[in-house]
Design a protein around this ligand. Sequence first.
Ligand SMILES: C[S@@+](CC[C@H](N)C(=O)[O-])C[C@H]1O[C@@H](n2cnc3c(N)ncnc32)[C@H](O)[C@@H]1O
Length: 285
Amino acid sequence: MLKAKPFVKWAGGKRQIIDKLLKLVPVEYNTYYEPFVGGGALLFELSPKCAVINDSNKELMNVYKTISTDKGYEETLKILNNYEKKHDEAFYYKIRNIDKDKVKFSKLNDYERAARTIYLNKACFNGLYRVNSKGEFNVPFNKKLKINTYDGQNMTLAYVYFQTNKITMLSTDFEEAVKDAKKGDFIYFDPPYDSENDNTFNSYTEDGFGKEEQRRLAKVYKELSDRGCYVMLSNHNTTLINELYKDYNIHVINAKRNINSKGEKRGNVEEVIITNYEVDIEFED
Ligand SMILES: C[S@@+](CC[C@H](N)C(=O)[O-])C[C@H]1O[C@@H](n2cnc3c(N)ncnc32)[C@H](O)[C@@H]1O
């Protein structure tokens, strides 16, 4: 079966460690939950029949919701074809700056907003999603003169996947998103990264995700584990994460990171994948 791949480039996207994640996924489970879905690398790879996906980023979740309906899918692609023709630096800033006018922005319909989000993702620097304190998208142009905003076959695969399976889409806080998870369900948490020092790029939305949020997430992890769910979580190999999840199985892996506020810090960073169930595996590289 052909599977879709992420249709947006997303900070912390998991395509690079997907093989390692797959080795740690439980053999069988009921509903799949991904409360920090981002680009949805693991979601598409597993393509579960029943899933609950969530991200606090409303514009991102509007893309998922829109392209899963007939009209939304068709209209979004129509607009993107038009944007590709008009694409240049001035056009990028024209589309980017729509959210500076709150009234104009509120008049966009779902597929105009979805097309804008996909277009900005493909035409902005490094596929970053960053907004200022007023909630206005502020990532600069990536200077590419020609862009492909979507891969036709991939978009169709994503649309068909959403149409033919039972996928609930939410845009709320992670804790709310998993409240109905039951024994036998599988939850994969991929939160914004923790860092030993606090200058790593991790403000995906207006809210940010600090140490207190990491602690709150660890409590939710424990509650779900005690409820009999399978729970997997990825993060950096930091002191805090090791302390918070010391009662579970911590698998250390190497991952290449591309997005960092300081260029010189790019490179290999140790990541951990934590499971509340035993998996007999050791990663060597
Ligand atoms: C590391 S990214 C997820 C990457 C994703 N697994 C992928 O493969 O592309 C973390 C995501 O968490 C979202 N987020 C941040 N705070 C959140 C919260 N409190 N509840 C839900 N989602 C949140 C961000 O918008 C971001 O998309």
